[in-house]
Design a protein around this ligand. Structure first.
Ligand code: 6PG
Length: 466
């Protein structure tokens, strides 16, 4: 067996899937797991690929098996266990080695870990990996944050295992330290918004009197057109599934409380810290949080009654509204990325980010090809909403979105993502808004000062009362 090109420590779901993907694509790998019990089952799963996989007893043996400079992929939780591993590895690794964290990490932690390891000449890569287990096994989309040195060493194997859009492997070096994990976090924020948007469309269709089978057909139809995307595809598929125990549609037996591991929340927090506000993502995070409060919602219905009334909306109207909302959700995501590029001095290339999201990842969608094109033609990262390529989608979609949101509001159906999309769009085309009133209020109670429309400078005050 040739020398392993990379070591993988941690054979959980994602670690095992990435390891098998690497082995299948001709990469010599060595693997280890904290408990050796996982190894035989992994090798069993590997089948003939096992011939390309060396196994190591423990972390020390794994490190010893790797030629220098080493490449070590740690597939363990990106929280305290990653810090503990780094402390353990510092005396064991050497200058020029690279440690990779391919989990969903808080990019602040990735930056701190990169700086800490850099003091020892060790490179740290924050690799955002999207596509779930199936993606990791068959071809994920990967967002690389780290040094040029590590990218040069790792790019050939990452290109080999990445999802492909045509011939283009969906992996890119996006910037140093936390850049990859940050872009992955925003990817997840968009994922939250898109999933919630689909949930709201489902609600509107169901309240309109359609059964899950009809809704599945509608989503499958949309999936053939400009709304084509992995999330519409799986939603159409899952709506058709029945529960084996009861024979009922599977959605009938699933509790309406959504989980969340935290990346959506991070996106919102970071957006706000950057002076941005991704209201569609906020709406989605809020909807998940409220969904968890089942008892409170039940109590609310007892006190106020449930306001839900039947809605009547054309399928075409809903589709046009969804297209507009999806443009706006990407536009909000890219605005956060634009702000982060400025704040952290990252060379984020929006066209490339859109390109590597076209296959393999959870938010892959036909629209991303047009988004990549719009950025390639010079649309600024923060200005996607105004890109020529989406002018028509918005011109026809916004009236539809207005009708959808208006109808939902009148019927008592909560549509936090769709409603946020519209409020944001309308705000961003209002040249003179109500903030003049806020400024006056701030000056009244705090002498915060305001700018005037007719003079240069800041710090003007009003003729307020004593
Ligand atoms: C991906 C996904 C993945 C994420 C899950 C669960 O891109 O493959 O974003 O990384 O962990 O979707 O996320 P939540 O538990 O927060 O919904």
């Amino acid at each position: 067996m040739a020398d392993p090109q990379i070591g993988i420590y941690g054979l959980g779901t994602m670690g095992a899937a990435l390891a098998l993907n690497l082995a299948e694509n001709g990469v010599e790998i060595a693997v280890a797991n904290r408990s050796t019990e996982a190894i035989p089952a992994f090798l069993d799963r590997a089948g003939p690929l096992a011939a390309r996989i060396a196994t190591a007893e423990d972390l020390d043996a794994l490190i010893a098996a790797l030629p220098r400079p080493r490449q070590l992929l740690a597939m363990i939780p990106s929280t305290a266990p990653m810090d503990a591993l780094i402390d353990e590895l510092i005396p064991k690794l050497a200058e020029g080695d690279t440690l990779i964290d391919a989990g969903n990490a808080d990019f602040h932690a990735t930056r701190a870990r990169s700086a800490k390891l850099a003091e020892h000449g060790i490179h740290f890569v924050g690799l955002g990996v999207s596509g779930g287990e199936e993606g990791a096994r068959r071809g994920p989309s990967m967002m690389f944050g780290g040094t040029e040195y590590s990218w040069e060493r790792l790019a050939p194997m990452l290109r080999a295992i990445a999802a492909r859009f045509g011939d283009d492997p969906c992996v890119a070096h996006l910037g140093p330290d936390g850049a990859g994990h940050f872009v992955k976090t925003v990817h997840n924020g968009i994922e939250y918004a898109d999933m919630q948007m689909i949930g709201e469309l489902f609600d509107l269709l169901e309240t309109g009197g359609r059964d899950v089978g009809e809704i599945a057909d509608i989503f499958a139809g949309w999936n053939e057109g400009p709304l084509g995307s992995y999330l519409f595809e799986i939603t159409a598929g899952l709506l058709r599934r029945t529960d084996s125990a009861t024979g009922a549609p599977i959605l009938d037996v699933i509790q309406d409380s959504a989980g969340q591991k935290g990346t959506g929340r991070w996106t919102v927090i970071e957006a706000v810290k950057l002076g941005q506000s991704a209201t569609m993502i906020e709406g989605a995070v809020a909807a998940r949080a409220w969904s968890a409060e089942r008892d409170a919602r039940r109590a609310g219905a007892e006190v106020f009654g449930s306001a839900r009334a039947t809605v009547e909306l054309e399928v075409e109207t809903l589709e046009a509204a969804a297209r507009a909302a999806r443009v706006l959700e990407y536009a909000q995501g890219f605005r956060i990325l634009a702000a982060s590029a400025e704040e952290y001095d990252w060379p984020l290339a929006p066209a490339r980010i859109a390109e590597i999201w076209r296959a393999g990842c959870i938010i892959r969608a036909k629209m991303l090809d047009d988004i990549a094109g719009a950025f390639a033609e010079g649309t600024a990262m923060a200005d996607l909403m105004r890109a020529e390529a989406f002018r028509e989608t918005l011109e026809t979609g916004i009236p539809a979105l207005r009708k959808v949101v208006g109808t939902a509001v009148a019927a008592g159906l909560p549509v936090p993502v769709l409603a946020s999309a519209l409020a944001w769009f309308d705000t961003m085309r209002t040249p003179r808004g109500t903030a003049r009133l806020i400024q006056a209020q701030r000056d009244v109670f705090g002498r915060h000062g305001f700018e005037r429309t007719d003079r240069e400078g800041k710090g003007f005050h009003g003729p307020w009362w004593d």
